[in-house]
Design a protein around this ligand. Sequence first.
Ligand code: C2E
Ligand code: CA
Ligand code: CA
Length: 646
Amino acid sequence: MLFQLSQDPGHLWKRYGIALSIILAFLLASHLIESNALQKAKRDAATIELSGKQRVLSQQVILFAQTYVSRNDAESAAKLAETLDEFEAAHLTLMADAAREASLGRLYLSRTPSTDEIVRNYISLGRDLPNAQYPRALIDELKAKGSGEVLERLDEAVKAVDARVKMQAQWAQTLQDLTLVLAAMVVLLEALVIFVPAHRAVNEAMQDLRTTAETDPLTRLRNRTGFDKDIIEAMDARKGDDQPLTLILFDLDDFKGINDRYGHITGDAVLRRLGYRVAKLPNLLSAARVGGDEFAILVDGDHWGQNESLSRIADDIRTTKDFLYHPINHKGQVINVSGTVGVSRYPIDAKDLKELRRNASASLLDAKRRGRDGLTIYNARIDDIARRRRTIQSALMSRDYEQDLKVVFQPLVDADSRKIKSVEALARWSHPDLGPVNPMEFLAIARESGIGQEVDSTIRSLALSQIAPALNQNLIESVSLNVSPLYLATEGFADTLMTMIESYKIQLDQVWIEVTENERLTSMVIARENLETLNQAGVRIALDDYGVGYSNIQRLAELPIQRLKIDKSIVQHIEENPKYAGVLRSSVQLARALGADVVAEGVETPGQLSKVELIGCKLVQGYLYFKPMPVTECMDLFKQRLPSVA
Ligand code: C2E
Ligand code: CA
Ligand code: CA
């Protein structure tokens, strides 16, 4: 229907089109009628003019007829004949006009005798004159007909034509007025019925567009733009109010891994599900997806007051986090999700949007660094940490780090023989100003700065050069090198490593590499290729930090693994928590099934030692026996049988 309201912009344009067509049709019709009337008026004017001419010609006919009768000369006769011809020609034209114009034609022909007959009669009278016996009587007849019947008929016709022309002019004027009125009405109607709702629809569309620009299409939550707007609004509304606003950032762990494992469609479904959960959180002022796998919420100030203890807030947020990251059931698959959280509060630790966002991001980064599942509420320490990171980073980038880089070795002790079977090489680095920096910390910073592989390789080369004599003399069976999964999944890694090992005259089967289970492999395919190449050449593979984190059975099945290293966080709770004893027990069983051995890492007490031995760990590493030490200290130990510690 033409004027039915519709939100569909397509319909709207259709309606515009129809309305405009109506106006155009009116204009066209009025123009046609008018030009038609104009043409007619022109023709009528010609007819009237011709009738006037007939009147003159008929008088001339009578005049020349009289001259001819009185003079009886050839010249007058010729003039009479000429005028008659002209009169006849004009008459024929008039008759043709009359035939075309039904009303005029009727006027000429309807009455008896018809105008045509009278005029023709008149013309033949004039023609007869030169041959007539009594021309004076003919002239009288001509006079009577000319000024009477003929002229009267002509006048009548002219009057009728004139009247019609006037009427037509009037009609054209009326039509023109009517068209104008109609056009005005249509325009008015348009304005009222179409343009007003159209304007509304356009407004709505604009609003929609604006909302779209502020909405995340996947989750229907706000996007960063929309979220920032909400934060600013909330801040403005809160001026002078001391109830803080809390910005909480949630970052999903290993979303890439979820995408790799389940595919992008499922990845999207996971994000949508998380978005749905985020929207359900209590006390929300706004909720958004602010990055690929990053969500953010703004929590009402009344929720946590100015003096609320951080530990209460942290507890509350942990509950929120547990709700957000409980496993997702998607098409029969259970997908485990976890994430880190960063928090900042306005106006407690930030005075504006920029600072609030920056502090929340810094907190999130801190939480991430502190491991999976972390939570950090912004505090002054965070800025110190950021500063420290920058200091470490610039030192690493300057390449001077090499002279402060050291490697220490921590023995792995055989539980039965109590002899040192092997050593794990561990990196040590001291910053000139900051002092010793934890390897996890500086290696992570090196990785983030893009020089991780280089640093890793420098450490390996240093370790191999220092431990080569012990291996060459067969004082120990092997050395373990830590390898970041990031580089394990790099093409050519295996060959480079083997070349390096051989350059120190070390047998390939004297080397183990430890791959942490805590980080995802960027490419499983390349990692497996590298590991298989190494394995076939004799290098053996240990899965490090086993029992925490991903514990991915599939990875165990896919990769060639000869050793599980049980993470120290499990060993350290083995005495008081039966759950950890269970993990260790099942790990030992799993290792047997894989044909691998088990190393218990981080054994600090005799109690832990007897427990891990009881469960079946044949190899033990920990402060109870040895802390990591420089190679010079190791060399003496390698030759001894260790005293009993249990
Ligand atoms: P990791 O591979 O799990 O190494 C074992 C860590 O446990 C070492 O920490 C070691 O000193 C510590 N440890 C050993 N026994 C005990 C114990 O009884 N109690 C306690 N509390 N800790 C014990 P470290 O040397 O600080 O290394 C930390 C992590 O840094 C390593 O964990 C490893 O992931 C990484 N890392 C160290 N050196 C290198 C390296 O050269 N390359 C790579 N890629 N990573 C390295
Ligand atoms: Ca290790
Ligand atoms: Ca470990």
